[in-house]
Design a protein. Structure first.
Length: 336
């Protein structure tokens, strides 16, 4: 029986713990930053704040002690919001061991450094006396549906093929199918950048626009995600897979998408600060990723007009109607 540490007991982290727990082949320690979340999981076997209505398997043990969470773990799975990853891995560093495998399930970019999360982990762990083995898991996977046992497919990417195989074997079951990939750049950027397009899709819904608008948005959004991915060294074919097109379609169209929900409220005229306050601690990564994505695109000299307009809406308070008008009246060009 293997031991897995999951760092982050939000909805996604809890759902991943359930995937491992229901197999019965793993002992899972699930670290929660919030004392009430830890208490509800330990005493009542349910994450009442972030994933209510689902009973956790007995093999899942909640803890608020970060060192205890990773002690003896063979796989350490990070499911924290992007803005907290660096500080948490710095805290964990003294407890980490060379034999541990690290998997990032965070779909974001670090503001300021413009780094992908696997790069943040590597950068943060430069002080440890070993080279960390890292992968990234991503794909179209609403936490509630994973917890419910709906058939779901994701991909785990790593240049370390043995790591990818081990993680695949750990998570794979009849309801959660895991593919492997070696394009970490493509998998991480696909997962991070689609959140921005999902907010834009929500804006369309909030404005009462129809299917034509959303279809155009998804298609052109994928085109600019692919451009930046290739410019950063990722592969174009990854964008046609689960971590690219698959996750983009889900997040742009599904009612469970937090990023899309933020966009819906923006389209209805709500203030971003009020929308975030109403989320009660849950995170829409696209809000934090947009600034970093624009910075990365400008650094790589990649044109990303939808992302630029979302940045103007989120950071500068530009009206969604004006942003759409500016997108639609750009100079005519060849589709690419």
């Amino acid at each position: 029986m293997s031991r897995v540490a999951i760092i982050g007991a939000g909805a996604w982290g809890t759902a991943l713990a359930m995937v491992l727990g229901r197999k019965g082949a793993h002992t899972v320690r699930l670290w929660a930053n919030e004392p009430d979340v830890c208490q509800s999981m330990e005493q009542r076997h349910v994450n009442e704040r972030f994933l209510p209505g689902f009973t956790l398997p007995d093999s899942i043990h909640a803890t608020g002690d970060l060192s205890h969470a990773v002690e003896g773990a063979e796989i350490v799975v990070s499911v924290m919001p992007s803005q907290h990853c660096r500080s948490l891995f710095a805290r964990m560093a003294p407890s980490l061991k060379p034999q541990m495998l690290f998997v990032s399930c965070t779909k974001g970019l670090e503001d300021g450094t413009l780094l992908r999360i696997s790069e943040v982990i590597t950068d943060t762990l430069r002080s440890v006396p070993f080279t960390p083995r890292i992968g990234a898991l991503s794909g179209p996977s609403f936490a509630k549906e994973v917890a419910r046992g709906d058939p779901t497919a994701v991909t785990v990417a790593s240049v370390d093929t043995e790591l990818a195989r081990i993680v695949q074997e750990a998570f794979n079951d009849s309801r959660f199918r895991v593919y492997t990939n070696d394009d970490v750049i493509g998998v991480e950027l696909g997962g991070a950048l689609k959140n921005i397009i999902a907010i834009a899709a929500g804006v369309c819904a909030g404005l009462g626009l129809g299917h034509n608008s959303v279809a155009a948005l998804i298609t052109r959004g994928l085109a600019e995600i692919a451009r930046l991915t290739v410019a950063c060294g990722g592969r174009l074919d990854t964008m046609a897979g689960l971590a690219g097109l698959g996750d983009l379609v889900l997040t742009c169209t599904g009612d469970l998408s937090r990023n899309r929900s933020v966009g819906v409220e923006l389209g209805k005229g709500q203030r971003l600060a009020d929308i975030i306050a109403g989320m009660h601690g849950t995170v829409a990564e696209g809000v934090f990723t947009t600034k970093a994505a624009v910075g990365l695109a400008r650094k790589k000299n990649v044109e990303m007009p939808i992302t630029e307009q979302m940045y103007a809406i989120l950071e500068d308070g530009k009206s969604p109607q004006r942003a759409i008008e500016d997108l639609m009246t750009r100079a005519a060009k060849r589709e690419a």
